[in-house]
Design a protein around this ligand. Structure first.
Ligand SMILES: Nc1ncnc2c1ncn2[C@@H]1O[C@H](COP(=O)(O)OP(=O)(O)O)[C@@H](O)[C@H]1O
Ligand SMILES: [Mg+2]
Length: 237
């Protein structure tokens, strides 16, 4: 699905991610874990094509074996890549419906889109009034994260990176998101970025990756989560 080769990312002169080589397989859930500042968000942004993150010469990103290293973020999104932000921004004057209508373009029939959004909102326990408000304005941390999930659910991307979808979220919201993901994951590749294991009570990753100082130091199954909890990230340095 997504293959990274020599993936080295800089912000200004500072090298953040170092020579990552990894393949995300289709129909799998990955959990990318690591301490604060290890490069998790950088990984997400650089994959999505954020212009502030420069790729070192020789870095390559392939999407279904097509080289997308030089594609703009919107073209990557069109191919089926979706990034949910660690800190979702608010959009003054644009509500969830309008934003989704804009991103899906002409092909979306407004009436069925509205119905679909409302159905997903119900599953995620998103209050209806949030849908007609400017996106994320006055929304709590948990509501923002659920609105990110809602966008993913309607856009139906093939490759989804969720950056700390579990941060700032109370236990009920976490449950809604986790249960929703368990269903949503089918037929997609999901990368859950987190530093806590609590969301993994609701969704089982196929693979756990530990990122430390911009490098994947460890790969394994769910047993790694218990090891991390037990030993802390310091152990992998
Ligand atoms: N805009 C920036 N300018 C300079 N350094 C940055 C910038 N954004 C992130 N960094 C640095 O990159 C490293 C990785 O950050 P980040 O990817 O946000 O980590 P994580 O998401 O794992 O907490 C940190 O050392 C951070 O200080
Ligand atoms: Mg981060």
């Amino acid at each position: 699905m997504i293959r990274l080769d020599n993936f080295t990312v800089k912000i200004g002169d500072k090298v953040i991610l170092k020579n990552i080589k990894f393949t995300f397989e289709p129909d799998r859930v990955y959990c990318l874990m690591g301490p604060n500042g290890s490069g998790k968000s950088t990984f997400a942004y650089a994959l999505a094509g954020h212009p502030a993150y420069q790729l070192e010469e020789g870095s390559k990103i392939y999407f279904c074996e097509e080289d997308i290293t030089d594609l703009s973020p919107d073209k990557r999104a069109k191919k089926g890549m979706f990034l949910s932000f660690q800190t979702p921004l608010s959009l003054n004057g644009v509500n969830a419906f309008q934003l989704l209508r804009l991103s899906l373009g002409e092909e979306a029939d407004p009436l069925s889109l509205k119905k679909e959004i409302e159905a997903v909102a119900k599953k995620l326990h998103v209050k209806k009034e949030l849908l007609s408000r400017s996106l994320n304005e006055g929304a709590s941390g948990g509501e923002r994260k659920k609105l990110e999930m809602l966008q993913a659910a309607v856009i139906k991307p093939k490759f989804v990176i969720l950056d700390e979808i579990d941060t700032g979220v109370d236990i009920d919201a976490l449950k809604s998101i986790g249960r929703f993901l368990e269903e949503f994951k089918k037929g997609r590749t999901i990368v859950l970025i987190t530093h806590y294991s609590r969301i993994l009570r609701y969704i089982n990753p196929d693979k756990v990756l530990v990122i430390i100082d911009g490098q994947i130091k460890r790969e394994g199954g769910q047993e790694l989560v218990a090891e991390i909890e037990d030993k802390g990230y310091q152990f992998y340095r």
